[in-house]
Design a protein around this ligand. Structure first.
Ligand SMILES: NC(=O)c1ccc[n+]([C@@H]2O[C@H](COP(=O)([O-])OP(=O)(O)OC[C@H]3O[C@@H](n4cnc5c(N)ncnc54)[C@H](O)[C@@H]3O)[C@@H](O)[C@H]2O)c1
Length: 458
């Protein structure tokens, strides 16, 4: 099938390359000449595991290209996928990019001679595709839905695992406003054999938000439990959660006695809060939409409040354990919102570094792939970025591990482990345990001395 993808970011580029790898003829569009040139040269402008070789192969096979957005380049497409950004502005999603994509598509549809379906893949609040998107397309094209297809196909890929998630999805949700759209989407996803869930576009939009809201709620729930455990003292929340995970409703036991450890358990661990381009923005957007509809979203309010406060826990625990931080040397490991990505949007690392700098701390920071994006995105932060973090361990009084990057596991092995003796290590993602660092002051979220700390101590 001939496919156009509007937007060549994390979702657009990965979707376009993977669709091409499955045999479709794909053109991705963007408004940035820099992105067009880089990607056509076989060099993705974002980091995503496995993306570059796949891009190089689909470019070489002539089944993939990127171009500046233009009506002419849409000619002959059976499906146009909208994968532009929907950033958060004052708690609502900003639909400007979606609108401008729709105006271009509408222009094309006005004179299109071939049947074409427009599919929204960007995350948009329920009721966007069948109202705003529909009206922009109908107005600009002078045609009605039915003359062209309209649908919503939410994307569930996770940054860091995006290629694998797209190639081997757990489900594909197909929100269809017309029968033609359903037929076109079946053809598009024919090479995939997972569950395909047919719903209307509003339900498809809501599935995406419900999915993220439930995951974010789990994270904030465990973080709240961790904070309670810290306050009580003498409890290690990691041990608590190991006990909870053993409930057979979380990790079912097979007849041979083995346990299934579902991926969902990784959302049931304490940490310094969720970040990234999706969870904070999506939960906030659903929260605002609920209020617009007259529903007070009390649980979502708490999920957001807990998450906004969670990076502060790192400072609270550090101050209690170390005393004054002024003048100390701190090495921060991990800038992206999670491992294996260069995306620093809404990363808790920013809040933590900012709090440290405000306490007159001397901060150096490392990330395996996000230093360039951090430099660009946080120009105001007074931090020195270092490429060789291992040589900085001796410089540091305190090492804070904020993402799970596998290279940081070296900290628990010689020679770094012995260099950490007498120093403080803050394990903000619980990737180590206290016994990994003999002679060090090991700190984490959700464990504290017997006696704990009363709210007044914070
Ligand atoms: N990043 C994720 O992990 C993820 C996962 C699932 C869903 N989503 C959703 O997918 C959408 C895209 O997210 P993203 O992370 O890829 O965003 P992004 O910001 O990385 O990419 C958006 C791209 O669209 C381009 N663009 C803007 N206006 C355009 C236009 N009129 N025509 C063509 N291109 C245009 C931008 O230049 C940019 O390259 C968002 O709605 C997001 O919420 C993201």
């Amino acid at each position: 099938m001939k496919i156009a993808v509007m937007g060549t970011g994390y979702v657009g580029l990965v979707s376009g390359v993977c669709l091409a790898a499955k045999g479709h003829d794909v053109t991705c569009f963007d408004v940035s000449q820099k992105i067009v040139d880089r990607v056509n040269g076989g060099c993705p402008h974002i980091y995503e595991k496995g993306l570059e070789p796949l891009l190089v192969s689909v470019l070489a096979e002539g089944r993939f290209r990127v171009t500046l957005a233009s009506v002419e380049a849409l000619h002959g497409c059976g499906i146009i996928i909208i994968a532009v950004g929907t950033p958060s502005v004052d708690g609502r999603i900003d639909l400007h990019q979606v609108e401008s994509a729709c105006l271009l598509i509408g222009c094309y549809l006005r004179h299109a001679t071939q049947v074409c379906s427009v599919i929204v893949k960007s995350t948009v609040v329920p009721g966007t595709t069948d109202t705003a998107v529909r009206s922009w397309l109908e107005k600009e094209s002078g045609r009605k839905v039915g003359d062209f297809g309209l649908g919503m196909n939410p994307e569930f890929l996770r940054e860091g695992e995006a290629v694998m998630d797209f190639m081997e999805p757990d489900r594909i949700v197909l929100g269809c406003e017309t029968e033609d759209t359903w037929r076109a989407l079946q053809k598009l996803y024919a090479p995939w054999c997972c569950d395909k869930i047919r719903v209307n576009s509003r339900t498809a939009e809501m599935i995406k938000y419900a999915n993220n809201a439930i995951l974010a709620t789990q994270i904030s729930m465990v973080n709240e439990l961790a904070n309670i455990a810290t306050a009580i003292g003498g409890i290690d929340i990691y041990e608590v959660m190991t006990g909870v995970h053993a409930d057979k409703r979380w990790s079912p036991i097979l007849p041979n006695g083995e346990r299934i450890k579902p991926g969902i358990l990784s959302y049931l661990l304490p940490g310094c809060g969720f970040g990234g381009s999706c969870f904070p923005k999506d939960i906030q957007a659903l929260h605002t939409k609920a209020r617009d509809m007259g529903v007070e979203p009390r649980l979502l309010s708490s999920v957001l409040d807990i998450n906004n406060e969670q990076p502060r826990q790192v400072m609270n625990i550090l101050r209690r354990a170390v005393g004054t931080l002024r003048g100390q040397h701190v090495l921060v490991l991990g800038l992206a919102f999670k491992q294996d990505t260069d995306d620093v949007r809404e990363s808790p690392s920013r809040e933590i570094i900012n709090d440290l700098v405000n306490d007159d701390v001397d901060v150096k920071a490392h990330d395996p792939m996000a230093i360039a994006t951090a430099r660009r995105s946080w120009p105001e932060l007074m931090v020195e970025y270092v490429d060789d973090w291992e040589s900085q361990v001796e410089w540091a009084d305190i090492v804070i591990v904020i993402t799970r990057g596998t290279e940081y596991l070296k900290l628990q092995m010689p020679p770094l482990q012995s260099k950490l003796r007498g120093r403080t290590i803050f394990d903000a993602r619980h990737i180590f345990s206290k016994t990994d660092f003999p002679g060090s002051n090991y700190l984490s979220i959700g464990s504290g001395p017997i006696g704990g700390c009363r709210a007044a101590d914070k």
